[in-house]
Ligand binder design. Sequence first.
Ligand code: ADP
Ligand code: MG
Length: 258
Amino acid sequence: MQNQNNTIIQVKNVKKIYRMGSEKIYAVDDVSFDIQKGEFCCLLGTSGSGKSTLLNLMAGIEKLSGGQIIIKGQKIHKMSENSLARFRQRYLGFVFQSYNLMNSMTALENVEFPLVFKRVRTKKRRALSKDMLKQVGLENRMNHKPKEMSGGQQQRVGIARAFVAKPEIVFADEPTGNLDTKTAMEVLKLIRNIAKENNQTIVMVTHDKRVAQFADKVINILDGKIQSIEKIENVESIENKEKIETTESIEVLETKLS
Ligand code: ADP
Ligand code: MG
């Protein structure tokens, strides 16, 4: 299984306190855990438990009130804005609940976007993006704009965009929150399979226990604190059991769309 020396993310005594007038909200309250390279980690908890805050702290989007976040040996809370931006570009990918696609752009252009920032040449950029869209099953939707696609398809574009630059870590905040159950399971399998193929690390926030079954590790959060950390050993067998169901749902989806 996982090599213990393969830690890619360390969260140490992390705190986030919001001040609302005279009131203090302990959104993340002294949280510590490690994530290993290649691990699919789920932050599971009810609404308001502090999951998104924790994810945003880990991604360097929000500033810590206390503690440390170390990614690939680097203290990200000590980085300047510029180094942090470069670090994110080089190592991190993001998937959002509301997809966050550019509405005026085609699927292909949306997927190309992170590569533009990385200054990848046009030809290579296009080839990589097309390949990624094929991987998520959207070879026939490359020139569609977000509004011309279903929610599931839009999220598959979102996944292609998150993974196209081969980031070592992908952060996802309720990526299946707007999808029906079948499509959600489909999207989760896609994320898991792509990540496993390339030994990429996933940190996913969810309130849904069914989502957590795709993870290798589930961190249960309540009121900003860790309740428990579970290692899931059985993911491969769950996947096999659901393989037939998955194939069916893709066919149903394709038929509906054609
Ligand atoms: P979750 O993602 O688990 O639903 P959040 O991380 O969004 O939870 O929020 C955790 C707690 O912090 C909630 O009580 C929320 O109201 C509060 N909170 C989140 N963001 C802010 C903010 N910008 N200002 C004040 N309070 C906030
Ligand atoms: Mg949230």
